[in-house]
Design a protein. Structure first.
Length: 375
């Protein structure tokens, strides 16, 4: 028995050492990759924000044009190398936060501040949305005095905006030490899209933000509407432009017949845009045959251009998807799709216009040719 115990102890110790070495090697590889990024982009700057759940904060910032990387982690406490279990349990003093590495030639610190305010509830001192506790409070951590001055000025601007009935309680602190969160927390919204979407919807975050900041587009990497490219025409123009089926689907939340629509079996390379506004929605590179009789996609070109809403019609609870600027009813989102996302965007052909790959440049969609590189 003693021999077996010694053997088991050595075996467990060996597994622990291998596991630790693996984690150490992964961490070193990530640090080396980040150092290489800085070598290639010596002008990059860093900002640190806490906006509640770092999955959401990381996702929001990584979609910003000019942000090279956002890293989830912990900061604000005294203990070294905190774990998620220690922080989520409360009492550690650490806060879930995100470090944002950005190119100041493309996005300024002031713009990052604006994006931060528009993705949190700065009046809630007890946490953020469904996540309660000091570890989920909102905070801005300063890397230098200039960041402090800009953040204080932006806070004053927010207080004077009349957006909030309660005082802003976001914490301002000098950054001391930032600890990267465990590997499985990094890019969580990409690795676990179904769970992330479910969590974000049930948190109430987006519902609150949509109510507080209506129709205010973020500086998204793919969102060109800040240049006024896409908008919803007047109803009279829409009626003249659309066929009866297109109008029924996009404006009256109708559904076209399965297997009897324009694009359900379309196999050509290109992108699908909103029939009303022209905003780019889906790519043929993400289209697949679902067997439902409607065009199906694993993901949109840019999730910022898709609006999700709870649909309770017909005694069911479904997720409706609409275009952001055209406000067109597109179809519904389901979680029974294939890899890599596990999602199925089930879309009506009548809500779409197809732009073939060889016509993208001539029709003003040349930026999307990169979707077909090497294909």
């Amino acid at each position: 028995m003693k021999t077996i115990s010694i053997f088991m102890t050595l075996l467990i110790l060996g597994i622990f050492i291998v596991y630790t070495d693996k984690n150490h090697n992964e961490l070193v590889a990530e640090q080396n990759a980040m150092m290489e990024t800085f070598k290639q982009n010596p002008d990059l700057k860093v900002a640190t924000f806490a906006g509640g759940c770092f999955w959401c904060t990381e996702s929001d910032f990584e979609k910003v044009d000019g942000v090279v990387e956002a890293v989830s982690g912990y900061t604000g406490g005294q203990s070294m190398n905190p774990t998620y279990g220690e922080v989520s349990g409360g009492g550690s003093g650490h806060i879930e936060a995100v470090q944002v590495y950005y190119d100041p030639q493309k996005v300024t610190y002031n713009q990052l501040l604006d994006i931060f305010w528009r993705h949190v509830n700065p009046t809630d001192g007890g946490g953020q949305f469904v996540d309660r506790g000091d570890q989920y409070q909102t905070a801005i951590f300063f890397h230098d005095n200039q960041q402090r001055q800009l953040a204080e000025a932006s806070k004053m601007k927010m207080e004077q905006s009349g957006k909030y009935k309660s005082p802003i309680v976001t914490v301002f602190k000098d950054l001391t030490k930032f600890y990267d969160a465990e590997k499985y927390h990094q890019d969580y919204y990409k690795k676990n899209p179904v769970r992330y979407k479910y969590y974000r919807w049930n948190s109430g975050r987006d519902q609150y933000l949509d109510k507080t900041w209506p129709k205010m587009p973020m500086n998204s990497k793919n969102d060109k509407n800040r240049q006024g490219m896409w908008s919803k025409p007047d109803q009279e123009v829409i009626k003249q432009k659309l066929t009866p089926m297109q109008y029924k689907v996009t404006q009256m939340e109708g559904t076209e017949p399965a297997f009897n629509n324009q694009f359900w079996d379309n196999k050509k390379a290109g992108i699908y845009v909103d029939i009303v506004s022209g905003e780019p929605l889906f790519s043929s590179t993400d289209k697949y045959k679902s067997g439902t009789g409607w065009p199906s996609f694993t993901r949109p070109i840019d999730s910022e251009l898709i609006v999700e809403k709870k649909d309770t019609k017909f005694f069911m609870v479904r997720t409706e998807v609409r275009s952001k600027y055209g406000d067109s009813h597109l179809g519904h989102l389901f979680d029974d799709g294939p890899a890599p996302t596990g999602l199925r965007y089930c879309i009506n052909s009548a809500s779409l216009r197809f732009i073939p790959k060889n016509e993208l440049k001539n029709k003003g969609y040349g930026d999307f040719l990169k979707l077909f590189a090497g294909k």
